[in-house]
Design a protein around this ligand. Structure first.
Ligand code: ATP
Ligand code: MG
Length: 451
């Protein structure tokens, strides 16, 4: 196990900048009650206890933190002994979760460099950390975090802010900077590339040049990341209210193609604009829903992100044989299972995702009882929203989407006439085609009164 740079520990540890309570804006009033309970309790038991990570960063920026992370010198087992409501999670990176109803405070033990004599429980494979449960001091812990803005500690003992890595300066300058040698840090954990993009979009920060440069080259390292972890990371990227910007940045760095190779192949080749328009609008819609606190589902998100390869494969299969239903089943099965090897989409989202796709051709059938049945389908609303997007992007005739908009609000009388005209519209060309085929002629344009 070769270690250098940020892993080599104490020798390089700088002395921290300590900002006393009166000189910073973090107030206990803005820290969740549960996080404070955890901090005080650890302190009572003579452990060190600090708030760290996103909570401190967001408070300094005047944002409301999503959650609070605690760092301590207590080992996970010691944390468990202090809190009854505590569960230890993670093998790769062991953590304590302290539960308060639905709220969880994450407690991490200071990670060490493992440079001393103590046995190190850290495992590297090709430079990638596959396990890191070596404990150490707060100084070492700071250097093992990802970005400087995420390595600020709020000390519950005296309410001071402790900065080992010039994180405060970077927060003020709006800068994302990896701690240590960027390439090495990305190799240790390639997910840090996605985190760089996420924080840049979320905070509106710029990625400083040395941290940014490897993003263009190291995308292939993401192949080594477990598919389940990538799913979690993708949700954080795309379900946080700035998914469109994330999409554009990921494409800019060539990272999107690592995550969605089939989609990227379509987007890169396409001379028409609509597939990009479609994905962009889908993501912008999701962003708007999140900003308006409306519910969003990964099923719809992945249906949007993977639609273009599904659609192209569907068209191909349709050219070969007849049934739209069969062709869609095949196309969606192929695309979804190939994607599954990169990003593990749990079944509870994967199945509805495929339903959204398969309902698209059913939405074209407007005659008779079918529309009545379709609007009671549990996935109708999602499929309809999806159809709206396709219409907006210019992929289907907007008239079809308008028809469904109208149908949902129509009275039973209006509905009857809507589905009736649909029936007549479909019948005519069908009959004609038959007779045209029989006589070896090309089908003629349908004209009024000729049925
Ligand atoms: P948010 O919770 O707003 O998404 P966060 O920065 O709190 O952002 P978490 O995933 O909650 O992100 O992680 C908490 C902290 O743990 C981070 O701020 C960082 O210090 C550290 N951390 C998380 N993931 C990594 C990683 N892959 N490599 C190094 N440090 C990490
Ligand atoms: Mg966090």
């Amino acid at each position: 196990m070769q270690e250098s740079g940020p892993l080599s520990g104490k020798a390089q540890t700088p002395s921290p900048v300590i900002i006393p309570r009166p000189e910073h804006n973090i107030s206990r009033a803005n820290i969740s009650e549960n996080a404070l309970k955890v901090l005080y309790r650890l302190r009572q038991e003579s452990f060190k206890a600090h708030l760290v990570g996103g909570g401190v960063r967001d408070l300094l920026l005047g944002h409301e933190p999503k959650d609070f992370d605690v760092a301590t010198d207590a080992t996970p087992e010691q944390v468990r002994q202090v809190f009854r409501n505590c569960r230890l999670i993670g093998r790769r990176f062991r953590l304590a979760h302290v539960h308060f109803g639905r709220d969880i405070v994450e407690v991490a033990t200071f990670r060490g460099s493992g440079a001393d004599d103590e046995p190190a429980d850290r495992l590297l494979e090709n430079g990638m950390i596959v396990r890191d449960n070596t404990y150490g001091t707060i100084e070492e812990d700071a250097l093992r975090r990802d970005f400087t803005i995420n390595a600020l500690y709020y000390d519950i003992a005296d309410f001071s802010l402790v900065d080992y890595v010039n994180g405060l300066e970077d927060i003020k300058a709006g800068r994302i900077r990896l701690i240590g040698d960027p390439e090495q840090r990305y190799r240790e954990d390639p997910v840090r590339m996605l985190r760089a993009v996420r924080f840049a979009c979320k905070l509106g920060f710029t990625v400083e040049p040395a941290t940014e440069k490897p993003l263009f080259d190291l995308g292939p390292l993401l192949e080594d990341i477990a598919a389940a972890r990538l799913f979690d990371e993708l949700l954080k990227l795309f379900h946080s209210g700035y998914g469109l910007e994330v999409f554009e940045k990921l494409r800019h760095y060539g990272l999107f193609g690592q995550l969605f190779p089939a989609t990227e192949a379509c987007l890169a080749l396409e001379d028409q604009a609509f597939p990009i328009t479609f994905v962009s609008r889908g993501l912008a819609n999701t962003d708007k829903r999140i900003q308006a606190s409306k519910p969003v589902t990964p099923a719809f998100l992945f249906a949007v992100l993977l639609w273009e390869p599904v659609r192209q494969r569907f068209e191909q299969l349709m050219a070969e044989e007849g049934s739209a239903h069969e062709a869609m089943l095949l196309a969606s099965g192929e695309v979804a299972s190939r994607q599954q090897s990169i990003v593990a989409i749990p079944k509870r989202f994967g199945l509805p995702m495929r339903e959204i796709w398969s309902l698209q051709s059913r939405l074209e059938q407007r005659e008779g009882k079918r529309p009545y049945r379709l609007i009671t389908h549990p996935r109708f609303r999602a499929a309809y929203d999806f159809l709206l997007l396709r219409a907006e992007a210019g992929e289907v005739d907007p008239e079809l989407a308008e028809w469904w908009t109208k149908f949902q609000d129509a009275s039973s009388q209006e509905r009857a006439s809507m589905t009736d005209s649909g029936r007549r519209r479909r019948r005519r060309p069908r009959r004609r085609r038959k007779s045209a085929q029989a006589s070896g002629e090309a089908p003629a344009e349908p004209s009024a009164g000729s049925s």
